[in-house]
Unconditional design. Structure first.
Ligand code: ADE
Ligand code: ZN
Ligand code: ZN
Length: 287
């Protein structure tokens, strides 16, 4: 879509100036939004929808008290809210990810999360605010939105990894399936792969189907661990799968149909893990 607009000759005299300006603005916004996004809105909704199926009555009541009766955590205005305010509050930008180096042997907060400006520390911080019944309703409601969103973000493997200072794959140019679809590796993992798997299916139905696939053993396995361990696991997914077959080079890398099909399980498992873990954090916060 973008490529088709890009290949339009913008200096064509027959296109009025105002239309050319509009095209330029749309292009700028689509590039800018693409760069700041996390899981696309679909991913965040799926994670929250899975979590909703595992909430205690107390957690459900606590959430309703904070959001009001008309909003759910799986509404995009809740689950994607931190992406929407990111531009107005630039200090929140680094909270969406943690750049654990590709070659690291472990997560090192001194190296990877200086002064707490990363997704691991921010999930811990906002989970504490949410738990604190002495905190104001306004700050707890905001903490809820951040927790819902950031637990999703950190399970996107490129939100927990960087290789060769590539800003979580944002600087890795790719062509996707056909040569005409250009982009970067980060956006592939934020939204493009998932949109391939969804193939226009209803997002809520897709989430419910993922939820129904979660086994009791997986529930047990995923329930344990710290936020830091979840980030390390996400990083390991990036090393084993996301970057596999993606060489370090300046010319665009073509992602094959095998890459797309082969990573379906990785994407879906990360979404399921995030949903279960989000429900656990929320159930604890409203105990
Ligand atoms: N900017 C720098 N590193 C990033 C990452 N891992 N994910 C998203 N944005 C980033
Ligand atoms: Zn985000
Ligand atoms: Zn992202």
């Amino acid at each position: 879509m973008m490529m088709r607009i890009e290949s339009t000759n913008l200096s064509n005299r027959r296109i009025p100036v105002c239309v050319r300006t509009m095209i330029a603005v749309v292009l700028f916004l689509s590039v800018a939004v693409g760069r700041v996004g996390a899981w696309g809105w679909e991913g965040h909704i799926i994670v929250a929808r899975i979590a909703e199926q595992h909430l205690t009555d107390k957690a459900k009541a606590g959430i309703t008290q904070l959001l009001g009766p008309d909003l759910k955590i799986s509404d995009t205005s809740v689950a994607s809210w931190p992406d929407n305010i990111r531009r107005d509050r630039p200090e929140t930008g680094p909270w969406h990810y943690v750049d654990i180096p590709f070659e690291a042997n472990s997560y090192d907060p001194t190296r990877d999360c200086q002064t707490g400006q990363c997704v691991v520390a921010q999930i811990e911080h906002f989970a504490a605010v949410l738990t604190d019944t002495n905190a104001t309703t306004v700050s707890r409601a905001e903490a809820l939105r951040f927790v819902v969103h950031f637990v999703g973000d950190m399970h996107q493997p490129l939100h927990s990894t960087e290789r060769n200072h590539d800003r979580g794959g944002n600087l890795v140019k790719i062509t996707f399936l056909s040569e005409s679809q250009a982009g970067n590796l980060h956006s592939v993992w934020d939204s493009i792969l998932l949109r391939q798997y969804l193939k226009g299916e209803d997002v809520m139905q897709y989430a419910d189907q993922l939820n129904s696939r979660i086994t009791p053993q997986q529930m047990k396995d995923w329930a344990g661990g710290s936020v830091a361990e979840w980030a390390w696991e996400s990083h390991q997914q990036a090393v084993a799968h996301t970057y596999a077959g993606v060489p370090i080079q300046s010319t665009p890398v073509n992602l094959s149909p095998q890459y797309v099909a082969g990573n379906r399980e990785v994407v879906e498992t990360q979404l399921m893990r995030a949903g279960i873990r989000l429900s656990i954090l929320l159930n604890k916060a409203f105990q």
